[in-house]
Design a protein. Structure first.
Length: 252
């Protein structure tokens, strides 16, 4: 699974870094990443000169990240300052705080009980919290329907439902809805970075293989869904890979 994440999930563009930096309104020296996976977002922030501590509970994901970005603590000659920690968000020690704490398509895996109290302990006063994800889908509505028909016998919906049940037509989406209610954070903002990508149908199906709705299917059913999709889709497809971003500032 870790190799599939690395191969098929798209990275993050410099526009995301610029958005976070502009919101911060000053320099960001240190950052903590929650659920780093194979380091797609880690690379973006570390290559900007930020000292990133990337945390990830899955050992295979973390091993893939370390292949891409050698651990700074291991004596690497790399100029990219990345330290890695194998731990879930709930197990992280609260004895350090950071200029930026962020999560790339992983916040929904964290325990909602005490989530923001713990987050507030990790973000320094005046610091920034950021959450972002890429809900990839086919850009062409007709091809979206083709893909829906292909999966219909095995899967009704392949999206990730809102963790707090916020309807899709509400102006503010999760986690902004929760951030607006917590005493710890202020200046909650929601932003969208438009992005379209071209990829082969095989790579698109490869991406689907990393999506939880498909991962949870029985192996035989998953194989049939992917076979049906490949038979129905053209060789190359356009992907709507917009980045949904939520930002908030830790109260002083």
């Amino acid at each position: 699974m870790a190799e599939a994440y690395e191969q098929y999930r798209p990275g993050y563009p410099v526009e995301l870094l610029e958005l976070v930096m502009a919101y911060a309104g000053g320099s960001i020296g240190t950052a903590l990443e929650i659920g780093a996976g194979t380091g797609k977002a880690t690379r973006l922030f570390a290559q900007a000169g930020i000292a990133v501590t990337a945390t990830e509970p899955d050992p295979a994901m973390l091993a893939e990240l370390r292949k891409q970005l050698p651990d700074d603590d291991a004596g690497s000659a790399s100029t990219v300052a990345v330290s890695t920690v194998q731990a879930a968000f709930e197990d992280l020690p609260l004895d350090s705080s950071y200029d930026l704490v962020y999560s790339a398509a992983a916040l929904h895996w964290t325990d909602p009980d005490g989530r923001w109290d713990r987050m507030a302990a990790l973000v320094r006063p005046g610091g920034v919290f950021a959450s972002f994800g890429v809900p990839i889908q086919l850009a062409d509505p007709e091809l979206q329907e083709v893909a829906r028909v292909a999966r219909a016998p095995y899967l009704d919906d392949d999206g990730v439902p809102s963790p707090d049940g916020t309807p899709a037509d509400r102006p503010m989406q999760w986690p902004g809805t929760e951030l607006e209610q917590t005493e710890w954070f202020t200046d909650v903002r929601q932003a969208l970075i438009p992005r379209h990508l071209m990829m082969s149908a095989r790579d698109f199906v490869g991406h689907l293989s990393t999506v939880s709705a498909y991962v949870m299917l029985a192996p035989a059913d998953r194989e049939q869904v992917f076979r049906r999709a490949l038979e129905a889709l053209p060789e190359t497809v356009e992907i709507d890979a917009q980045i949904d971003v939520h930002l908030a500032r830790r109260r002083d």
